[in-house]
Design a protein around this ligand. Sequence first.
Ligand SMILES: [Zn+2]
Length: 403
Amino acid sequence: MFDTLWIDCDIATMAEGGAPYGAITNGALGVKDGRIAYVGKRVDLKDESARETRRCDGGWITPGFVDCHTHLVFGGDRAREFEMRLQGATYEEIARAGGGIVSTVAATRAASKDELIESASKRLRGLTREGVTTVEIKSGYGLDLENELKQLEAAGALAARERVRVRRTFLGLHALPPEFREDRAAYVQLVADVMIPAIAASGAADAVDAFCENIGFTAEEVDYVFSAARANGLDVKLHAEQLSNQHGAALAARYSALSADHLEYLDNSGIAAMAQAGTVAVLLPGAFYFLRETKLPPIDAMRRAGVRLAVASDCNPGTSPMTSPLAALNMACTLFRLTPEEALAGITREGARALGLLDDIGTLEIGKAADLAVWNVNAPAELSYWLGAPLLRERVFAGAVTP
Ligand SMILES: [Zn+2]
């Protein structure tokens, strides 16, 4: 006896090794105690008894979406800066007007935890109303222990409030805080020697991330912080090769990083290192679009090397103010030329792999958490084809239909 049984559906299980999309036509999916108890052909289901039976009118069920790279919790926004730039203001003028990442740091520090929860939950609803059931949220706008913890606690509070799984990532090496402008070594040391041990001890984060870039932090600085992360039992991941080749992906791979993200300037040695380490490539077409970048990540070379490709929103106020996972799928296909199947895998199975959660979520298989999205589409390719269409029929979190 199932708690809930879905019928009249086709199912994109996204499990590997079978049909494209792991597709099951004329399927049925049964849930018991928040877990998938049956997924297969309806004709093969012997006993359809269920407390509740839900019809899908021929729609498709996919795994709930896994947005594995966001900066969802922050104070303020940068719409005024966006407007100034389009009115012709220079970067200096914007900086003098208090713009740029320092403005987000100031607004985040000034906000209370409740204010951060409130503003982030609005953005999170953009994600959940398009099928997201798991979201990774990074800190990185507090840049001191108290404010980084405030951000991470706000991120954690969103889980129960919005019925979503949340993975939290400490991004201390996001930007140099203004008070350390004259002494970057002291800040890197503070992150590695004080902030990481405190955050690990309090259980406030699952992983450590860094922005390895000529306008961010050097590979040596990241190396120092990653060794502290590892010593404190935290996973690592990296913003790598977005604007230049810093050989960050290879560094991340040396630490068996869960993922290296962006990767527009990734070279062949970085690809080989990621393939060897099983580090997932997280593609962020929203940032590529918003920054009007032209250098494409080496998608085909990564494919050929067997590097797994995830797709995420990168929702953040400066470079990807996007709260639509379906738009990310469309951009992954139009800008990066992923196939619709690769894009969907990128925001389900590979997103889960990039968070180290593939054993529990990311595909529809018996025993996994019943995180589902039910769509009013005739084929899964529609999920990356339409732009702005209201396609979601039901979001199911741990077996329960939730708004
Ligand atoms: Zn990011």
